[in-house]
Design a protein. Structure first.
Length: 163
């Protein structure tokens, strides 16, 4: 088993993501309580009871999903491992990589946001921030892995690549 030289685990923890999600969940919870428990229709044009329950379940499931989704990056002397749990897993051997460097990027303009995204130059695995490890493969494809530890990541990449 290879020695892990770099490891980073990132979760979606941005307040601007969680406040609206939790507010929506609380709103749906209040609506269900009012309509299903108190028997008082919720709103001027209330949803059916089933619609309200299904809508609430969707909101709760989305919150649960965002709570478990995470990006795990591991670098060894032999490879770069990317796990965007539970959606994707990818391993790239260093002998497949032509160039690697940490760079600043614009998640919205280059990839349309955060998550597992696809831009004009290739995929991005990012959870937060504007810094990432860009890998250019020998076949010309590129990919970007977001990081909150740019200095540590850059030092490990220089150690492994000798550049």
């Amino acid at each position: 088993m290879s020695v892990i030289l770099f490891q980073e685990k990132q979760f979606f923890r941005q307040w601007y993501l969680w406040i609206p999600m939790v507010a929506t969940a609380l709103l749906f919870s209040w609506g269900m309580f009012q309509q299903l428990v108190l028997g008082k229709p919720w709103g001027d044009h209330p949803m059916s009871d089933l619609g309200l329950v299904l809508g609430s379940l969707f909101v709760y499931a989305t919150i649960g999903f965002l709570g478990i989704v995470h990006l795990n990056t591991e670098i060894t002397q032999e490879e770069v491992r990317i796990v965007f749990f539970p959606l994707s897993r990818r391993t790239i051997r260093w002998d497949e990589i032509a160039a690697a460097h940490v760079r600043k990027y614009n998640p919205m303009l280059e990839f349309g946001g955060w998550g597992l995204r696809f831009g004009k130059d290739g995929p991005a695995y990012n959870v937060s921030g504007r810094l990432g490890l860009e890998l250019e493969l020998h076949d010309g494809r590129k990919l970007l892995i977001g990081t909150n530890k740019p200095e540590e990541l850059e030092a490990v990449v220089k150690k492994v690549t000798g550049k």
